[in-house]
Write a protein that binds this ligand. Structure first.
Ligand code: SF4
Ligand code: SF4
Length: 446
């Protein structure tokens, strides 16, 4: 496979039109992808609208600005994501109803997006279609894809690039591989339908002495956990490895009694297989990927907290190829210096060139990339083209259709805010101002 093209804009911003949200729309327009869409096309804008109390997910204005570009093309976009497995006991996105409440609280709704916000796999995550991978998958033979996404004419993946506990990292492949899978599709890609089960070490579980035991028993949707006189009992047959008890045990009880990491290389490949199933629902060229590599935190937006970033914001990356796109983001992250007061410092990953998330996670984080190359989803070879920023008067007029400051002139003529005030009685001027200029920069661009 030949090199994939990646369009890129740097995260730095100094003046008007350099907003990350505006760069997102400009890079999308510059790529030419919009020309492949027909007016009237229904476009699924797949993003992650954040878990309750997470503050690292993509800002709604980034998605809204992209929606505006699609509407300007005459398309019918909808912003979308899918229901989750529990993942942890307090997850707020397992039902469509709960997810819509969380999305609303996080700033994603019909009025903020100016288009419908739809949970693509329905009320309980069973509104899906089954895609046969026709022998191309690394592990998956079939996968469940959320119906609203499968039925759309086109899809735009708008992903937040950052770390992820099980996937190693999250970007384009995971945004569609996990994010477009219905609930039972998520069970499938985590290995449950094939028989992968968590490893449970009950010898370190204090049973009824654990202060979290009630939640531990209650959070299992399969009813697989029971508290007996002899301690905790887990029915492995019933368990679908939804991570609810595992995350409770690791993150709150601090015991790590239920976990499994040996199957993570397979999980990464299954995510890539699931992404391939999603791509099979679209005509060639009707899917495009944007990774916003900003707020690059060590874990994902599915948790109810957000750690400090491990490297500075890198920028906006876009491509037709999700594998090359993720690989370009991983490489750029690794080239960057790590940030102090972050996991990069805690895990000895401060040096430019250090494989940041490999060191932080203690494992190779790239199985999604390997799996995507192996199943034909894409290539890990890429060439980066820096997309120029349009700073013209026309661009200003597009993003700022009115010079709002102008309106004040007439209003001030009728009623000036300072009319009738003895302005000199309100304070003293600053003394000793000798140099009113901006400070000179020591390095970098102006
Ligand atoms: S026992 Fe299995 S199904 Fe039940 S909460 Fe734990 S991981 Fe999920
Ligand atoms: S949270 Fe962990 S330690 Fe506590 S009861 Fe559950 S398995 Fe045992």
């Amino acid at each position: 496979m030949k090199e994939a093209k990646i369009w890129f804009m740097n995260a730095r911003a100094h003046r008007f039109l350099e907003s990350t949200a505006i760069k997102g729309r400009q890079i999308l327009e510059y790529s030419g992808w919009l020309d492949r869409l027909e007016p009237g096309d229904i476009v699924a804008v797949k993003t992650h609208m954040g878990e309750a109390y997470n503050v690292g997910y993509l800002r709604p204005v980034i998605v809204r600005t992209i929606v505006e570009a699609l509407k300007a093309r005459g398309c019918k976009p909808f912003v979308t994501d899918t229901t989750t497995m529990p993942y942890h006991p307090w997850i707020s996105r397992t039902l469509a109803m709960d997810y819509l409440e969380t999305a609303n609280r996080n700033g994603f709704n019909q009025s903020s997006m100016d288009c419908p916000v739809i949970i693509a796999d329905g009320w309980l995550g069973t509104d899906d279609i089954t895609v046969d991978l026709q022998g191309k998958g690394n592990y998956l033979k079939k996968q469940f894809v959320a119906r609203a996404i499968a039925d759309a004419d086109a899809m735009l993946s708008v992903a937040h690039f950052k770390g992820h506990p099980a996937g190693g990292y999250g970007g384009a492949i995971k945004n569609i591989g996990v994010g477009c899978a219905s609930k039972r599709g998520k069970m499938n890609l985590h290995g449950a339908l094939a028989g992968d089960k968590p490893i449970i070490d009950l010898s370190i579980c204090p049973g009824k002495e654990c202060e979290w035991v009630e939640t531990c028993v209650d959070c299992c949707p399969e009813g697989a956990i029971q508290l007996t006189e002899q301690g905790l009992k887990i029915d492995q047959e019933l368990c679908v490895y939804c991570f609810a008890c595992a995350n409770l045990c690791v993150n709150m009880a601090g015991v790590k009694g239920i976990q499994r990491f040996d199957h993570l290389p397979a999980l990464g490949r299954r995510i890539a297989d699931s992404a391939l199933a999603v791509m099979a629902t679209k005509e060639p060229g009707k899917v495009f990927f944007m990774n916003f590599a900003v707020d690059i935190t060590p874990v994902c937006d599915c948790y109810g907290w957000t750690d400090t970033p491990i490297v500075n914001g890198l920028g906006v990356f876009a491509s037709y190829d999700p594998v090359a796109l993720d690989k370009a983001c991983i490489d750029a992250m690794n080239r960057a210096p790590g940030l102090i007061n972050s996991d990069a410092e805690d895990f000895g990953a401060l040096e430019p060139g250090a494989k940041k998330l490999n060191l932080i996670k203690g494992k190779d984080i790239e199985p999604q990339v390997y799996g995507g190359v192996e199943n034909g989803l894409g290539t890990d070879k890429y060439v980066i083209e820096e997309a120029p920023l349009d700073r013209s008067q026309g661009a200003i007029a597009r993003f700022y259709p009115e010079v709002r400051a102008r309106k004040l002139k007439g209003m001030y003529a009728r009623s000036h805010p300072l009319t009738g005030l003895d302005t000199a009685s309100f304070g003293l001027p600053t003394e000793g101002v000798v140099n009113p200029r901006h400070p000179e920069k020591k390095t970098g661009q102006g």
